[in-house]
Design a protein around this ligand. Structure first.
Ligand code: SER
Length: 881
């Protein structure tokens, strides 16, 4: 009999996509793990995320039926990873309908796919529905022939919104019965039970509502379908495995780590847990790094850091001492690179980021762990079970321990942490460094979406000029649409046409004024919160403004022109870096302001001075060549084949704007000079590291560059005048002065030494005696502690026999004391440190040190005589024959 080979996960993925393509769906690629233009979530958590603008009617979808295999990351359960079911990174198979089919078809497709395409036994599949949903059970009966009592009603069957606001709706979940042997044995065990018997495999969401920030729900214009099925879970079911980690998606990764740690999967609960943690985390880190997430202390960067550090700690538990993640990345890339080609093309970057962060953490892990263990021991001795927030913060701040890691390690030993205290410590630090911009905050986009739906996209007039006429088509105050506003009122203004550039592609938004017949609105910032909608943020300074008013818009000219110079220069910089260093220089971020430009790019090492000079020279050559700047709108495909540089992780439309100047061709929606000559001048002012493998260049152009040079020049002039020379001779003059200074310092040191010697000789001639021991206790002139110490030793060496020397010097701020005792005497009960303490205390200060040499001092000069008088009696009293 032929052995039936179960379907591989790659096959399941292919069959799924093929099935839905056959049902009229457009196959769309997975979007990035970094959500595009969605501030409400840090990372992509579901396949539907890229569909949100379509569901809400903000954008037109490329087709009304879509299907994808989406990379997802869920951070809520990071600490639970290690059991047999939980993952952070996973793949979600999904089919979507944007106002096309609804419940009946969604249920029909799901049933057919599960029972006919991947041949799961129908009797093991159990659908559940929301108790208020009377339609879904009807279709389940129709499609699957199930009796009503077989369809379980669950209150939990509701999905969304994925962030603070967004689409949501009731859902129908399909559970797979793994068999009674996995169950809890309770009579009422059914789908939704907490035990291991029924595994949820597919979620069919009937997206019908929009939920705003206050939790209020409004029906959406169109009814949509969003389904999601975890590929890993499906593989578990199809391949008949006990755990996700037994499927083909994890085999080679687990084996890799097990052999590295010289152990095997299944050996013990502890090693298995650590192997699963590392396997999940390694996959997640590879995908996160490939999508441009870099370790940092906030947002998604912090999630990356937290996951990596947790993986490293589990590596340590397995006995892996050397960095292991970057090597593991290769295994993940081998396994998944065929479907996710970005893993292969970014292999270098992935391994570099993992390597650097792992090494960085490795350096502090041991000291941090030791500190934490000491702390736990101390708390145990005192019978305490809570770690103070300040301590947790210290571990976080100086040893890079994510608070969750401290919590986890603490919990393993029966401790909890004072989260509240930690938050407070963290907040205190953040308050110190926060630059608040309270005006443009995250807000509910719903009123703006209504305006967009009503009036359509804003016409942008600003490529050709900085003024223009238009009409007010929407006003929003405090998240509500209003018909009119009166001065002085802060508001969001939408026009049908505007010359104001809305922040995007790194170029910041324009400022200026909108003049209406009865009022003047001052625009403080311009943004594009929804695709196609330009929104002016600012204050009505005078009069009234009404929806329907005809207005005249004026952008502040100089600001815009400075920004354009910096934007065009950013393109030239990008090109110059790629020409010089190579194509691995990928743009990772940019900021184009009127005052300066900032450009972040992938590059494993700092640029040398000579490379930086070459970049500046090249850019200025291109500026002098005065290349015209051409822009054209063309298809994405044509733009890419003409060699245009696109931004990594950016989502482009089918029609794109291409900006070219000289040999630089980039996809860009920004405003630019008409020719490179207008940039005037380019100067790099700083090159530094921003994160592992990412460098940052800050530069100036035009007026900013000119002002910078003038400032530098006048500093040079002023320094030259002070040093009585000319700028041309400044370098020679300064090196001459540095030499003179060094020589003068040497001379002073010699003179001080000679003077000390002279004083020492005369002092040594005036000793007292105590029990036959020469004792010197006197004041000298020594400029600092060092010379005082030298003098002490000199005086001692000049004494006729082993003795005790106590010298004091009155310095500007305090009296310094030096005590020197011959080593021979320290065996007879005399101790320099104790004498220094005695004298220092009398001076209102303190002292201490070794038996033969000690220092001390205090501020109370008036007591100096009395303090020195303590020395001889001390010697008399303590000297033992
Ligand atoms: N959005 C739903 C989920 O994430 C279905 O795709 O489960």
């Amino acid at each position: 009999m032929a052995v039936k080979i179960p379907m591989t996960s790659a096959e399941i993925r292919t069959r799924y996509l093929e099935y839905f393509v056959n049902k009229g769906h457009l196959k769309v690629p997975s979007s990035s793990l970094v959500p595009h233009n969605d501030p409400t979530v840090l990372l992509t958590t579901a396949g539907m995320q890229q569909m949100i603008p379509y569901f809400l009617g903000y954008e037109t979808p490329p087709a009304t039926r879509l299907a994808s295999a989406q990379k997802c990351f869920r951070s809520t359960d990071i600490d639970k990873v290690g059991n047999e079911r939980t993952l952070t990174f996973f793949e979600m198979l999904g089919n979507f309908s944007v106002g096309d089919y609804f419940k009946r078809e969604a249920i029909g497709f799901a049933w057919e796919f599960l029972t006919q395409v991947i041949n799961l036994p129908a009797e093991r599949l159990h659908p559940t529905v929301h108790p208020q949903d009377d339609e879904a059970p009807v279709y389940w009966r129709e499609v699957a022939g199930l009796p009503d009592e077989a369809i379980v009603r669950l209150e939990d069957n509701w999905w969304g919104p994925p962030g603070a606001s967004g689409p949501c709706g009731p859902d129908s979940e399909i559970y797979y019965d793994r068999g009674i042997e996995h169950g809890c044995g309770q009579a009422d065990c059914k789908p939704g039970c907490d035990c291991e018997r029924f595994l949820e495999i597919w979620n069919l969401v009937f997206m019908q509502f929009y939920q705003d920030l206050e939790g209020l729900r409004k029906p959406l214009q169109k009814k949509n379908i969003d389904t999601g099925m975890g590929l890993e879970r499906l593989a578990l079911v199809v391949q008949g495995k006990e755990s996700i980690f037994d499927t083909d998606m994890f085999h080679s990764i687990i084996d890799h780590f097990a052999s590295l740690a010289r152990t095997f999967y299944g050996k013990s609960v502890e090693t298995d847990t650590s192997l699963r943690v590392i396997a999940d985390h390694a996959r997640a880190l590879v995908f996160l790094a490939a999508d441009g997430v870099l370790p940092s202390n906030e947002g998604r960067g912090y999630i990356f850091r937290r996951v990596l550090r947790r993986a490293v700690r589990h590596g340590k538990l397995l006995g892996l001492e050397k960095p292991f993640l970057s090597q593991a990345a290769d295994t993940v890339i081998e396994l998944m690179g065929d479907h996710y080609s970005e893993l292969r093309s970014r292999r270098g970057l992935i391994s570099e980021v993992l390597n650097l962060e792992e090494r960085k953490f490795g350096q502090t892990l041991n000291s941090g762990l030791q500190l934490l263990n000491e702390l736990l021991d101390k708390l145990k001795q005192h019978g305490q079970t809570v770690i103070a927030g300040e301590e947790v913060f210290k571990l976080y701040d100086t040893h890079g321990f994510p608070v969750e890691l401290t919590q986890e390690i603490a919990a393993e030993q029966g401790f909890t942490i004072d989260t509240c205290g930690f938050e407070q410590a963290m907040q205190r630090q953040q308050e110190r460094s926060r630059a608040a911009n309270v005006f443009v905050q995250a807000q509910d986009d719903a009123p703006l979406a209504e305006i967009l739906q009503l009036v359509g996209p804003t016409k942008f007039l600003g490529y050709d000029g900085i003024t223009g006429s238009g009409k007010v088509v929407g006003l929003v105050v405090n998240g509500e649409q209003v018909e009119s506003i009166s001065a002085p009122q802060q508001a969001l203004v939408v026009l049908d046409a505007t010359p104001f550039y809305a922040e995007s592609g790194g170029q910041i938004g324009d400022r200026g004024e909108i003049t209406a017949p009865m009022g003047i609105f001052q625009v403080r910032d311009t943004r594009r919160p929804l695709k196609g909608l330009i929104v002016h943020y600012g204050t009505l300074a005078e009069g009234h403004l009404r929806v329907g008013d005809s207005v005249q818009s004026n952008v502040i000219e100089q600001r815009r022109q400075d920004s354009m110079r910096n934007h065009s220069a950013t393109h030239l910089l990008h090109k110059a870096l790629r020409d010089l260093i190579g194509p691995q220089v990928e743009q990772r971020g940019s900021l184009v302001e009127p005052e300066r430009l900032r450009f972040d790019f992938a590059c494993p090492r700092p640029l040398t001075q000579s490379e930086l000079a070459q970049v500046d020279e090249q850019i200025n050559r291109w500026i002098r060549a005065d290349y015209p700047v051409h822009t054209k709108v063309t298809s994405l495909q044509e733009a890419m084949s003409s060699g245009a540089m696109a931004l990594f992780g950016e989502k482009y439309d089918d029609l794109v704007r291409v900006v070219s100047m000289g040999s630089s061709i980039e996809l860009c929606g920004g405003t630019h000079c008409t020719s490179t000559g207008q940039i005037g001048l380019y100067i790099t002012v700083q090159e530094a590291s921003v994160a592992a493998g990412i460098r940052r260049i800050e530069a100036l152009t035009g007026r900013g560059a000119e002002a910078y040079l003038r400032r530098r020049n006048s500093t040079v002039e002023a320094v030259a005048t002070t040093l009585q020379t000319t700028p041309d001779l400044l370098e020679t003059r300064v090196s001459q002065l540095v030499q003179d200074l060094a020589q003068a310092r040497r001379q002073i040191a010699q003179l001080q030494h000679d003077e000390a010697l002279r004083q020492a000789e005369s002092i040594a001639r005036h000793t007292q005696e105590a029990r036959g021991i020469p004792v010197v206790a006197t004041t000298v002139h020594a400029p600092d502690d060092k010379v005082l110490r030298e003098m002490g030793d000199m005086v001692r060496s000049k004494l006729s026999k082993p003795g005790v020397v106590v010298l004091a010097s009155v310095l500007p701020e305090r009296v310094a004391i030096q005590v020197s005792i011959d080593t021979a005497l320290t065996k007879h009960g005399l101790h320099a440190g104790k004498i220094a303490a005695l004298v220092g205390e009398r001076l209102g200060g303190k002292g201490g040190g070794r038996p033969e040499s000690a220092q001390g001092g205090g501020k109370n000069k008036a007591e100096l005589g009395a303090a020195l008088d303590l020395v001889a009696p001390y010697v008399k009293e303590h000297f033992q024959q």
